[in-house]
Design a protein around this ligand. Sequence first.
Ligand SMILES: NC(=O)C1=CN([C@@H]2O[C@H](COP(=O)(O)OP(=O)(O)OC[C@H]3O[C@@H](n4cnc5c(N)ncnc54)[C@H](O)[C@@H]3O)[C@@H](O)[C@H]2O)C=CC1
Ligand SMILES: O=C(O)CCC(=O)C(=O)O
Length: 411
Amino acid sequence: MSVVKQSLSKDKIKILMLEGVHPSAIKLFERHGYTNMEVLPSSLSDDELIEKMKDVHIVGIRSRTQLNERVFAAAEKLIAVGCFCIGTNQVDLAAAKRHGVVVFNAPFSNTRSVAELVLAEVIMLLRGIPAKNASAHRGGWLKSAKNSFEARGKTLGIVGYGHIGSQLSVLAEQLGMQVIYYDIEDKLPLGNAMPVHTLDDLLSQADIVTLHVPETEQTQMMMGVRQFSRMKPNSLFINASRGTVVDIEALASALQGGHLAGAAIDVFPVEPKGNNEEFLSPLRGIDNCLLTPHIGGSTMEAQENIGTEVAGKLVRYSDNGSTLSAVNFPEVSLPTHDTTRRLLHIHKNQPGMLNAINSILSEYQINVAGQYLQTDEAVGYVVMDIDSNNGSEILARMRKIPGTIRARQLF
Ligand SMILES: NC(=O)C1=CN([C@@H]2O[C@H](COP(=O)(O)OP(=O)(O)OC[C@H]3O[C@@H](n4cnc5c(N)ncnc54)[C@H](O)[C@@H]3O)[C@@H](O)[C@H]2O)C=CC1
Ligand SMILES: O=C(O)CCC(=O)C(=O)O
């Protein structure tokens, strides 16, 4: 049976920020009266997280921290997760929902940063810069125009034409590139970009292939031995999406065997937890492979914006109950509740819940100034603004309704 918890005053709400979340987030929390914060520069292992999260109400992570069922089950006080990034694949969103934990992210604050890095990589790879740079560091001097090309007129194949893919498409056309893209959804082509019907079509036509898909069951290992062999001889490959999308051994073979002329890889199946851990990869030592430590979205501009965006969403949920733009929860956008108490009730979506809640309210004969309900297939979220000093008593009664996952009172 799930344990139902109640809200606390702000100084008792414990916030844990991992993976070097930008100070803009910390400042925003402080401006809103949240002072009980622990800020750590890297992620934690499962066991460390389970220990640490026991008394945490809000946790902030980036792409490295894995939040799974075990962690949510142990984090009894947790009300919300902030992913200070785009991807949310590191969080078991269904488990979070089962435990009444709302998850937010920053869907486009680092989009431009990734697109700019990839565009730079396109140029670097076309000029063979990674290998020339590596050689110069060892005292070599590879001055030659052989296998160096302009970007103008080359075909860029974008896999995943979402926020990043389509932004990159616009930038690449400004360089005079031809853009083709493959997406599982119908997407509006920007500029002169052309959709292709299959991944194989894209692989066989592009001079440079770049991946911008999310990590899903369907995208796991979507680039393997067969797909690399479909790419044009001497073509180039970029991955700044997720490490699990590429069979890294197959990529290493395609580079070492000379079928691919170069690659730029920002994301890896296994990444160090922090900057003090060694980076291990079969791609190490391959000179024509540009390796970056998952910094596609790591610019000052993006990180500052992400900090305020995600912290703002967490504060609104904590202060106000608003779940607008949550990635795993029914969305409720709420007015302020200056003169009323606000009760929040998260429950399993089963028949009779609203009736049970309303019959408790009617027993107290109180004025309900507002009631908001949103449901999805798994949970229901009801917010009630009441004119009553009996909020705690009413909440205690509501917590006993079978199917209740979590209930809070906001003052
Ligand atoms: N390297 C880095 O630092 C960063 C990496 N990312 C990664 O980039 C990914 C993409 O980001 P956005 O463009 O903002 O996401 P988005 O959701 O806007 O776009 C993803 C696109 O991929 C398409 N897609 C999904 N499955 C597909 C499949 N099997 N084949 C072809 N297309 C498929 C979707 O329909 C969508 O159009 C994120 O999910 C994240 O994993 C995001 C930001 C920074
Ligand atoms: O900057 C980060 O920590 C992760 C960036 C990323 O991969 C994302 O936004 O999905």
